[in-house]
Each structure stands twice: as structure tokens, then as C-alpha cells.
Design a protein around this ligand. Structure first.
Ligand SMILES: [Fe+2]
Length: 518
């Protein structure tokens, strides 16, 4: 052995993550997290999607789907008002630093334990970052200004830098009014042109508008929680670009149903031009659950993903919220480039199941990443169903039992060192009932059992829980001039993970620097 070998420092051992152990996933909490100290004492009622009032407040989703999504028309009016006021050219913020870092996470604002659990790990892992980006659904259920105190300002009071955001469908449920007030300092009701025609009074009647909230109160809340000079920023609009010498980060507003208006599309093409590497941040992911959802553009057959995949635009990744977990698809494009399609909706709200994702065909299953692992997702849901149906002995699966069932039904390899034992009949039954697709019927999500008739949307939304492991996540992105490095941190809610959250995924994207494109 050479002398220098014997004195080489031991590489720092990374903490376990969900891919290495059950402890890493947070199934065995050594001590509870300290995040509860950050929560308000009394004024956040337990948030629950089961409350009829919450569902009623979210009715604009139904109105938009039945009568047409008015967000494109509303956005045009709002953006015109912003431009009139003097928004920066091309809705772009310029940064002179070649090297910078930021945090990105989606679907944050329920104001409950699963949102606050993200905060301590975020402050630790986000140390030294320049800003934070929230990708969709800043505030649940309806984006109201009055909800920003406990679902935005209070939880992120100690994040020292500015926060940018793109709205999600829930932020649109008050016509985007709260979002524009907080992020753009614009208070305007953009409603009047939402619908046209003889029956337009019907959606107008049901469309929910935001409640009153005084400017003084908002200013007070802002000053109380995020009053530091470095925390202040106004973003140009609901869509924006942050341009740096090495990378342009472009955020788009996908409204309620996921399309963008033609003016925004024209702007997107403009800021996408040139060879500078680009990263898209969107309210709706372009590739999710192993399905391509390219993103419609108002009045044309082209899609958002067409713009993203155009080699002349040099996008390297597209990251979207909306689905409340983490997924990554490193997709090989026809021209030989790799596009990183990422779902990053684990920032705080209830968890969407990952065990409904089939063995991937869009990318090799070996290169696909998700958090929580499908086995953990099934285990969590099986426990919840056992509790709701008062049948814990029938339903509840341990992570190992659930993983065995997932492996069996999907035809994938077991993770986390489990030995690949055949699943019990009970585990196979629970997996089938709770939506794990069978390898032979890849796209079949529902069996003939009645419980499978319950749409996934409701199964997940009713599955909010308040105890670790929460399986939340956020991304740290470091731009070093030549490279964009992305790390995905898992959030279990366990005290042991708060100071050193587990790294659930890590990858680097080379950035070709081209100084002629400034
Ligand atoms: Fe969401």
C-alpha cells in the first residue's frame, strides 16, 4: 500500500436514504422533528381535503373544466396591467453571477405539518443558496391572500433570500389575485373577460372570487416574517425568466388546466431563443407517471414540449410541480441529447402515490428515479386504507411486504437490499386493490374490485397524513458555470434527518457556455 493511501481522509459517509434502509426512509424515527415549533400555536385548523368547505372553495376547477378554462383570458389582462406598470423587458430578471445556487420545490402551501416538516431540512441543505423557487400551488386550497401568512410567510421566514414562484391550478382558484399581490405587488381583478356567450352567466355565477384583504395587513405580515432587505423581490409576472451568464431559468404559468396562452407562447419562444442552456420550470410536468403531457398552447397545434425539445433552444431540463412526489426521467431525444424531465411536487402538500407508476417504457426503468419508492408508497397507503376501513390486519403492509408485491406486479427489481421473497397472497391482493399496475396490463390502473373505481385523484387527496414519514422532497440546484448539479433531498419529518436530510437523487448536467449569447 502506498503511503498516501494510508493517510487519505475517509470520505464523508452520506446519511442513509430511502434506497439504502428503512431508517433512511423515515420508517423508524429516532426522535420527532423540531418543525412543530415553527407552526402557529392555534390558528391553523387541521387542514383536510375531506372538509366540504374546502372542496366547495376549490370549485373553480370544476367550473373551468365544465365551461372552459378562463385563465388564458384572465392572464392576458393581468399581464397587460403588469406591462403597463413597467415590468422588466421580456419579463426577465438578470443575474451577473456565473455561479449561483437555488432551491426548487412544488406544491407547498397546505400550512400543515407536512409543509412545515420541509422547513428545517430546507434551511440546512439550502445554506448558501441565492434564491428559492416554488413551482406551482403556493397556497391551498384557493390561493387567497389571507392564507399567505401561515402557508408562505411564516414557514419561509428564515429563508434569507428572495422567493420566486410560478402559479399552479390552486393559485388560480381566486383568479390569481393573491399570487399577483404577493409576488408582483399588483392587486387587480382580471375577471370580466373570462367567458363569452349567452350562457356565460352560469360560470360567472359559480366562479369563486378572492376575499377582501387590506394592503396594510399584508404589509404588516410581510414585514413581520420576511422583512429582511435580502428577502425582498418583485417578480415580473406570473411567468418570468431569470437570466445568468451560464443558464437561463424560465418559469411558465400553466393556469388551471395546463395550457398556456398564445401571448405567453410567443414570449416563451422569444426567451428560449439562442444556444444558452435553459431550464424550464412549469406548473404542470411535461413527463409524469411515465406519460408524456406536452402542454397545450392556446390556438395552435404546437406544444410547450416542442419548444423545449427544439435543439436550437438548448433546454437541458424541464421541472414541474402539480404531482406531489418526485420523479425523474432522463430521456434520450432523437437527436442524441438527454432531456431531464423532473416532477418536483413534494414541497409540502399531501403525497401522491408513486406505486401507480408502471414499469417505465419512456426511459429504462434502471434510469428512472422516484421518491418515495413505490414500495414505500404502497406501504403508506395500505396503512391508511387499513385505518379507514377498520381492516388493518387485512390491508396494512410493511415496507418489505409492499415492496415484494410491487416487484411482483411490476416486474422490477427489489430495492433497499430486500431479498426478493415472493409476496403473500394478501400483499398481492392489497397491491392490486390499491392500484399497482400489473406488468401484463401495463396501463390498466383499475381492477374490477369496487375500491378501484375510486379515482386516483380522490384516493390520494383523501390520503393526507400528519405523521412521519412524510416523503416530502425539494431540490437544490448548483450552477457552476460548466455544470448544473441537482440534488434531491428527502424529507421524512424525523428529527434525525433535519440537519442532514437524505440525498435521494443526484445528477449533473454539463452546460455548454457560450458567451456570445448574452
Ligand atoms: Fe398541487
Amino acid at each position: 500500500m502506498h503511503a498516501e493511501d494510508s493517510v487519505a481522509p475517509e470520505p464523508e459517509r452520506l446519511p442513509d436514504n430511502s434506497r439504502t434502509s428503512e431508517e433512511g426512509a423515515g420508517w423508524a424515527c429516532g426522535r420527532p422533528g423540531s418543525f412543530t415549533e415553527l407552526m402557529p400555536d392555534d390558528d391553523v385548523p387541521g387542514f383536510s381535503w375531506r372538509r366540504p368547505a374546502v372542496l366547495w372553495r376549490s370549485r373553480n376547477d370544476v367550473v373551468a373544466r365544465l365551461f372552459g378554462d378562463p385563465s388564458n383570458a384572465l392572464r392576458r389582462r393581468c399581464v397587460a396591467a403588469l406591462a403597463e406598470r413597467g415590468a422588466p423587458a421580456a419579463f426577465t430578471v438578470h443575474k451577473s453571477e456565473t455561479e449561483f445556487s437555488f432551491i426548487l420545490m412544488g406544491d407547498t402551501g397546505e400550512g400543515d405539518r407536512s409543509q412545515y416538516a420541509v422547513v428545517p431540512p430546507l434551511l440546512h441543505a439550502g445554506e448558501g443558496t441565492d434564491f428559492l423557487v416554488v413551482a406551482s400551488d403556493v397556497i391551498y386550497p384557493t390561493g387567497d391572500t389571507g392564507d399567505y401568512e401561515n402557508k408562505f410567510f411564516r414557514p419561509y421566514r428564515d429563508y434569507p433570500g428572495p422567493i420566486y414562484a410560478v402559479p399552479g391550478n390552486h393559485d388560480w382558484y381566486d383568479g390569481l389575485r393573491g399570487f399577483l399581490r404577493v409576488f408582483c405587488d399588483l392587486d387587480i381583478d382580471c375577471m370580466p373577460d373570462g367567458w363569452r356567450g349567452a350562457l356565460s352567466f352560469v360560470p360567472r355565477l359559480f366562479w369563486r372570487r378572492s376575499g377582501a384583504f387590506s394592503d396594510e395587513r399584508l404589509a404588516k405580515i410581510r414585514a413581520r416574517y420576511r422583512g429582511g432587505a435580502a428577502q425582498q423581490n418583485l417578480q415580473p409576472g406570473p411567468y418570468w425568466a431569470i437570466d445568468s451568464p451560464a443558464l437561463r431559468v424560465i418559469g411558465i404559468d400553466t393556469g388551471i388546466t395546463g395550457s398556456i396562452d398564445r401571448d405567453q407562447a410567443a414570449w416563451l419562444r422569444e426567451v428560449s431563443a439562442g444556444p444558452k442552456p435553459k431550464l424550464l420550470v412549469t406548473g404542470k410536468p411535461l413527463y409524469v407517471d411515465d406519460q408524456h403531457r406536452p402542454g397545450k398552447i392556446e390556438g395552435e397545434s404546437g406544444t410547450v414540449d416542442d419548444i423545449v425539445r427544439d435543439p436550437a433552444h438548448n433546454y437541458v431540463a424541464a421541472i414541474g410541480g402539480d404531482i406531489h412526489n418526485y420523479q425523474r426521467y432522463p430521456m434520450r431525444l432523437d437527436d442524441g441529447r438527454t432531456m431531464q424531465y423532473v416532477v418536483a411536487g413534494g414541497g409540502g402538500a399531501y403525497m401522491h402515490a408513486t406505486h401507480v407508476i408502471p414499469k417505465t417504457v419512456g426511459v429504462e426503468e434502471d434510469t428512472f428515479r422516484c421518491y418515495p419508492l413505490r414500495g414505500d408508497s404502497l406501504s403508506r397507503y395500505s396503512q391508511l386504507y387499513g385505518r379507514w376501513l377498520h381492516l388493518p390486519k387485512l390491508f396494512a403492509l410493511t415496507p418489505e411486504e409492499a415492496t415484494a408485491a410491487v416487484v411482483h406486479r411490476l416486474g422490477i427489481k427489489p430495492g433497499r437490499g430486500y431479498n426478493g421473497h415472493a409476496p403473500s397472497r394478501r400483499a398481492r391482493f392489497v397491491a392490486a386493490v390499491l392500484g399497482v399496475p400489473h406488468v401484463k396490463w401495463r396501463r390498466t390502473r383499475y381492477t374490477r374490485l369496487p375500491v378501484r373505481k375510486v379515482p386516483q385523484r380522490f384516493r390520494s387527496e383523501l390520503a393526507d397524513w400528519d405523521r412521519p414519514p412524510f416523503f416530502k422532497s425539494f431540490l437544490r440546484l448548483d450552477v457552476t458555470g460548466d455544470e448544473l448539479r441537482i440534488r434531491t433531498f428527502g424529507v421524512s419529518g424525523c428529527g434525525d434527518h433535519e440537519a442532514r436530510p437524505p440525498v435521494e437523487d443526484e445528477f449533473a448536467i454539463p452546460l455548454r457556455r457560450d458567451r456570445s449569447d448574452s
